[in-house]
Ligand binder design. Sequence first.
Ligand SMILES: NC(=O)c1ccc[n+]([C@@H]2O[C@H](COP(=O)([O-])OP(=O)(O)OC[C@H]3O[C@@H](n4cnc5c(N)ncnc54)[C@H](O)[C@@H]3O)[C@@H](O)[C@H]2O)c1
Length: 263
Amino acid sequence: MEFGLAEKTVIVTGAGSNIGRSIAHSFAREGSNLVIADISEPDGLKVAKEVSEIGVRSLFIRMDVSKPDEVESMSKKTLDEFGKIDVLVNNVGWDHLGLFINKPREEWVKEVDLNFWSVINCTKAVLEPMIEQKSGAIVNISSDAGRMGEFQETVYSGCKAGVIAMTKSLAREVGRHGIRLNVVCPGATVGSPDDYGEGSMWRTDDMAQFLTPEVLEKMAKAYPLRRIGNPEDISNSVVFLASDAASWITGQTLSVSGGYTMM
Ligand SMILES: NC(=O)c1ccc[n+]([C@@H]2O[C@H](COP(=O)([O-])OP(=O)(O)OC[C@H]3O[C@@H](n4cnc5c(N)ncnc54)[C@H](O)[C@@H]3O)[C@@H](O)[C@H]2O)c1
């Protein structure tokens, strides 16, 4: 299969850790040049170095996806360095488990900022150059929680559902400009401890409680394929949806979750 991703300019937000890092590696293996956009400088610089060692150009940009001015500046810096933006992967997301009734308002605000405003801000920042060049692909990382709803993930699920609906709506608006948007919904995806950079949500104690072999084994039983995902499961599907091999696919939502969600 010909992906046609060599020499393409790909921005991956949250590429410093885990799923985002794997997405950056996968595009680099296809010969794409990478913008590693992350709030964590040590994680982002590390991944930028890793992908350049694969043999492509890379640029780390420290930015906060919830701040429109920083996001606009990321888009500008990318154009200055590479002259075009072919692919945007909106990967940053953030979750903290808890019952809706018990959550402090600050957590909802952070959930909306990092799971929904992030996608709005970054999409807006790349859309004009994509419209001008009459091509582009955007892959948004949502979650099965956004399709099914999930216990203790109420606002997170609402934001992830919003990402799916936004993707479909915008796909209808910009298809005429040669721009495609699709969504990947991971199920539980756990990398090796080396995958979690300092900016990863999995670094916090209560998220880390999921990383014991006993809990992971129990969780795997809820998946028809009887295993938890790894970051590469997700990045393979992102590369496909961003590629020429998916040139007639837009506005679609793909669950990559071992059959956990079937829709
Ligand atoms: N891992 C899973 O089990 C799972 C399941 C379903 C959906 N997802 C989704 O997949 C995506 C990636 O998840 P993950 O587990 O790899 O996350 P992670 O927390 O391990 O990594 C997130 C990355 O984003 C960066 N980041 C955090 N806040 C940022 C900000 N404000 N601006 C810029 N960068 C920022 C972090 O530094 C880190 O590198 C998220 O959208 C998440 O909701 C993950």
